[in-house]
Design a protein around this ligand. Structure first.
Ligand code: PBG
Length: 327
């Protein structure tokens, strides 16, 4: 009697056929590229734990944005390194703050580049926390007003999208109300709705000089052990008016990306964070992995998990690699 079984390999026989049945394709418009901006002058300083990622001064910024635009990447997200930090993070909402100046400069030179402003206080406070501090506690409601003020000043400077990353309760509601009252009803909010208290943010805190001076972020960012809580966070941000949801980090949280994207109808963004970047770079520099193949596999897995957009330090390389592959 003849053995009966399925021949799955039929569809894998030829490269062209494999392309025809490929379910997930990366494209340049999938990506958002992060940029760190320093208030110093004539600086392009490589972040030691993130090879290929630089802190750029305003006079070096346009060359970077030009490269991003020429690759067909539609959006950048900005992080600031202010020269002055204080208790209330006042440079986050100053009209001449580093993010506000950078945004004006970029929008003037590149009107079609979508500028996303990360709305948080940790890069601007001397204690490095994402909200106001009282007796060692990160205050929630008292921080909301400053976050709304930050968002409004970013919108005033020309930011196309506001991306609050501070994880205070009610931050989307407060920012939506602040933007609306200032006449920015049309500016979307990309909420870091599901942000875990992750050890993978280490290199970012080197890059942005934003490590908390005491304690950690566990009273506002989520416990990596929790899944249902992610759905509650996503739900409340949607109800408060979020237009996009970010899940962060990405790689160790692809189950969460899948759950969130199943549960919502608004676009989902996976944030492939600094530690995830650093690990791949380190292994690649040691010759232990094939960087291009590993990166494209990882990014494809994020899209396969349900991400509509991917925020990644690999964006420029990824676009070079995918456009080369299809040629
Ligand atoms: C600001 C912020 C952080 C990251 C993005 N926005 C740092 C943090 O929460 O400590 C991390 C991004 C990365 O690691 O790539 N709150």
């Amino acid at each position: 009697m003849e053995l009966e079984f399925k021949r799955h390999r039929r569809l894998r026989k030829h490269a062209t056929l494999r392309n025809m049945v490929r379910e997930t394709q990366l494209q340049p418009s999938d990506f958002i590229y992060p940029i760190f901006i320093t208030e110093e002058q004539d600086k392009k300083t490589e972040v030691s734990s993130m090879p290929g990622v630089f802190q750029l001064s305003l006079d070096r910024l346009n060359e970077e944005v030009e490269e991003v635009e020429s690759l067909g990447i539609p959006a950048i997200i900005l992080f600031g390194l202010p020269h002055h930090k204080d208790e209330t993070g006042s440079e986050a909402y100053a009209s001449q703050g580093i993010i506000q100046r950078a945004t004006r400069q970029i929008k003037q030179a590149f009107p079609d580049m979508m500028v996303i402003a990360d709305t948080c206080l940790c890069e601007f406070t001397d204690h490095g926390h994402c909200g106001l501090i009282h007796e060692g506690d990160v205050l929630n409601d008292e921080s909301l007003e400053l976050l709304a003020q930050t968002a409004v000043s970013q919108a005033e400077a020309g930011a196309d999208i506001i991306a609050p990353s501070n994880m205070m309760d009610g931050f989307v509601a407060a920012i939506r109300q602040g933007l609306n009252q200032a006449g920015y009803t049309h500016i979307p909010i990309m909420s870091y709705a599901v942000k875990y208290a992750s050890a993978f943010y280490g290199p970012f805190r080197d890059a942005a000089n934003s490590a908390p001076a005491f304690g950690d972020r566990k009273t506002y960012q989520m416990d990596p052990a929790n899944r249902r809580e992610a759905l509650r966070e996503a739900q409340s941000d949607i109800e408060e008016g979020a237009d996009f949801l970010i899940v962060k980090p990405a790689l160790s949280y692809l189950d969460i990306v899948r759950d969130v994207s199943n549960q919502t109808t608004i676009p989902v963004v996976a944030y492939n964070v600094s530690g995830e970047y650093a690990m791949v770079k380190a292994a690649a520099q040691n010759g232990w992995i094939n960087e291009e193949a590993v990166v494209l596999e990882k990014l494809t897995s994020m899209k396969r998990a349900g991400a509509d957009l991917i925020l990644t330090y690999f964006a420029k390389d990824a676009v070079r690699w995918i456009t080369k592959e299809t040629k």
